[in-house]
Design a protein around this ligand. Structure first.
Ligand SMILES: *[C@@H]1O[C@H](CO)[C@@H](O)[C@H](O)[C@H]1NC(C)=O
Ligand SMILES: *[C@@H]1O[C@H](CO)[C@@H](O)[C@H](O)[C@H]1NC(C)=O
Ligand SMILES: *[C@@H]1O[C@H](CO)[C@@H](O)[C@H](O)[C@H]1NC(C)=O
Length: 308
């Protein structure tokens, strides 16, 4: 922290965009700093980067998080439904302690909620891919004032919850991108449905399309064992207050993510050994049994690859 004032001063002296990239080489911003388009935050272990990006074939600017070393894959977008149309976006911490994204005119394009008051708020990009707002003295996850993991886009990372918690009182679900060029809310949602036994359901509007089959206590009955499953665990918390699904890992470097693509397919993916390609572990829908209500209530769907 000692070197920060000089660093900021240094940045304001050098306006060349080549140098700007190196100015915010840290993983945090504080209320006295802001991050402009061209600068990025990098998580401490170099796994994730946060900054402004344009999707292919688009000039719009979005604030997002992507893998730093894996193939450029955006895992979270702040202003997905409200793009900035030039490269003058600024991310900063407002007087009331929320994260705000401003455009050239200084209008608020996006801002984070807040679940408490921080004396000294800092925003930090963690190695898990979570962008958190916390008090500078507190690192405990219970006391985050806000976290991007609570507001997923189209991607579930290890440690993110899909479903409902009581504190904070939130339902988290994924919404597909409109198209590869357009992160705005697309046609498909992926959420945890809890009629009796929880199951994951893909829907368009109110029409349910695919599902994983109910949770059987260990896994979703319609999803087979993944290769290398010793490295991943499907976790389901289901009690009076909470109902959520989570994928957890023994090891962060075993990179995996789950996304809903813009045609409504759920893909559990793992990064190959060379950090070059995402390899599918499982794709939903896998077979006709995954289609919702295929044979009516209480019917049995038989196939050779997944349990009934
Ligand atoms: C916090 O500040 C932002 C930006 O100035 C504003 O949009 C938002 O309403 C404020 N929130 C609260 C709780 O005052
Ligand atoms: C995590 O995975 C990497 C790469 O597979 C391996 O080199 C490392 O030893 C693992 N660490 C732990 C704690 O298992
Ligand atoms: C979505 O994923 C499925 C399964 O991998 C794939 O067949 C389909 O082409 C993808 N849709 C788009 C629009 O990329």
């Amino acid at each position: 922290m000692e070197g920060l004032p000089f660093f900021t001063f240094f940045c304001s002296l050098i306006s060349s965009s080549i140098f700007l990239k190196f100015c915010v080489a840290s993983d945090t911003i504080t209320p006295t700093q802001s991050m402009v388009d061209g600068e990025t935050l990098v998580s401490s272990g170099q796994r994730f980067e946060l900054g402004f990006f344009s999707p292919e074939n688009s000039k719009n600017r979005y604030l997002g998080i992507w893998y730093k070393s894996a193939p450029h894959t955006v895992v979270w977008v702040a202003n997905r439904n409200n793009p900035i149309t030039d490269s003058h976006g600024v991310l900063t911490i407002s007087i009331n302690g929320t994260l705000v994204l401003l455009n050239q005119e200084g209008s608020v394009v996006w801002y984070s909620g807040l679940s408490g008051i921080a004396e000294n708020p800092v925003a930090q990009l963690l190695d898990s891919g979570n962008f958190v707002l916390r008090d500078s003295l507190s690192k405990c996850s219970q006391s985050y004032l806000w976290q991007s993991f609570d507001y997923p886009s189209d991607t579930l990372l290890a440690g993110m919850k899909l479903g409902r918690t009581s504190n904070p009182d939130l339902e988290r679900y994924l919404i597909s991108w409109k198209s590869p060029d357009e992160p705005s809310n697309g046609d498909f949602t992926w959420r945890l449905d809890t009629p009796r036994l929880p199951q994951l359901v893909v829907a368009t509007g109110s029409t349910k399309k695919y599902r994983t089959g109910p949770w059987n206590g260990i896994r979703f009955s319609g999803i087979p064992v993944f290769p290398n499953e010793q490295h991943y665990s499907h976790i389901m918390i289901f009690d009076k207050e909470n109902a959520y699904y989570m994928l957890s890992f023994d090891n962060y470097s075993a990179n995996t993510r789950t996304t809903i693509n813009h045609s409504g397919f759920i893909q559990w993916l793992r990064l190959d050994e060379h950090n070059a390609e995402w390899v599918p572990l499982y794709i939903l829908p896998y077979d006709p049994c995954d289609n919702y209500g295929q044979r009516g209530a209480n019917s049995i769907c038989r196939n050779s690859r997944t349990p009934i």
